[in-house]
Design a protein around this ligand. Structure first.
Ligand code: PGA
Length: 253
């Protein structure tokens, strides 16, 4: 964990209506003073972001988005949302290059890198997602795939506030997670890649999250793996009881 402040981030994906915003104060209430000792983030779908920011006001829960346009400027781009708009709506973070966007929307490293630059220009902290498929792991390519995604997706100007999320594609949305050794290996590799590129001081300050089927049962042991600075949580972030239990499983809580 180093000197890094833990970050437990919830990714609501394409779930949630206004009624779901009640989960935000409920999380705050359940985690109590632990909210002062680590960072808690919820990333709802776009329409809920300003409302989530209102629901979170004055409490420990931060609000983020799940994507942004590569173009940082306002433009005639029907259907797109730029990073400055997200910041204006109350977001402080944005998830980029999630495997669902890489797969369903064909986002490649170069586009993720452009989006990451756009997020940084707007003052958002990007959470850049990387991770191998089941086939790539079986072929012994997990490390090489993750290293290539990092190199391609993170721009040269990345600051210490940039967050990396290691999410093995085969662990998302199911009930399988890598072994703690496998998580440790990839997180060490990510730290080494960041160090090689950005130097020790910056790389040691960057947070690396694990994501993929994190739940209240497995979170505690995952959080104790070296170089795991928190989690990116999908399903279990949708209700306050499950998400708070994960947050409270962190040793810093
Ligand atoms: P999951 O999703 O926790 O539901 O596996 C994680 C993610 O996709 O960020």
């Amino acid at each position: 964990m180093g000197g890094r402040r833990a970050l437990i981030a919830g990714n609501w994906k394409m779930y949630g209506r206004r009624a779901a915003l009640a989960e935000i104060p409920a999380v705050a209430e359940r985690i109590g003073a632990a909210g002062e000792r680590l960072d808690v983030l919820i990333c709802p779908p776009f329409p809920l972001i300003p409302l989530a920011a209102e629901a979170a006001e004055g409490g420990p829960v931060l609000v983020g988005a799940q994507d942004c346009a590569a173009n940082p400027a306002d433009a005639a781009q029907t259907g797109d949302v730029n990073a400055a708009m997200l910041a204006d709506a109350g977001a402080g973070y944005v998830i980029l290059g999630h495997s669902e966007r890489r797969t369903l929307r064909g986002e490649a490293d170069a586009l993720v890198r452009e989006k990451t630059s756009a997020a940084l220009a707007a003052g958002l902290a990007p959470i850049v997602c990387v991770g191998e498929t089941r086939e790539q792991r079986a072929a012994g390519q997990a490390g090489a795939v993750v290293a290539a995604q990092l190199a391609g997706s993170i721009p040269d100007e990345a600051p210490a506030a940039l967050v990396v999320a290691y999410e093995p594609v085969w662990a998302i949305g199911g009930d399988r997670t890598p072994s703690l050794e496998e998580i440790a290996d990839i997180h060490a590799l990510i730290r080494a890649e960041l160090t090689g590129r950005f130097g020790t001081a910056k790389a040691e300050a960057m947070r690396i999250l694990y994501g993929g089927s994190v739940n209240a049962k497995n979170a505690g042991e995952i959080f104790r793996v070296a170089n795991v600075d928190g989690a990116l949580v999908g399903r279990a972030s949708l209700n306050a009881a499950d998400f708070a239990a994960i947050i409270l499983a962190h040793p810093a809580a």
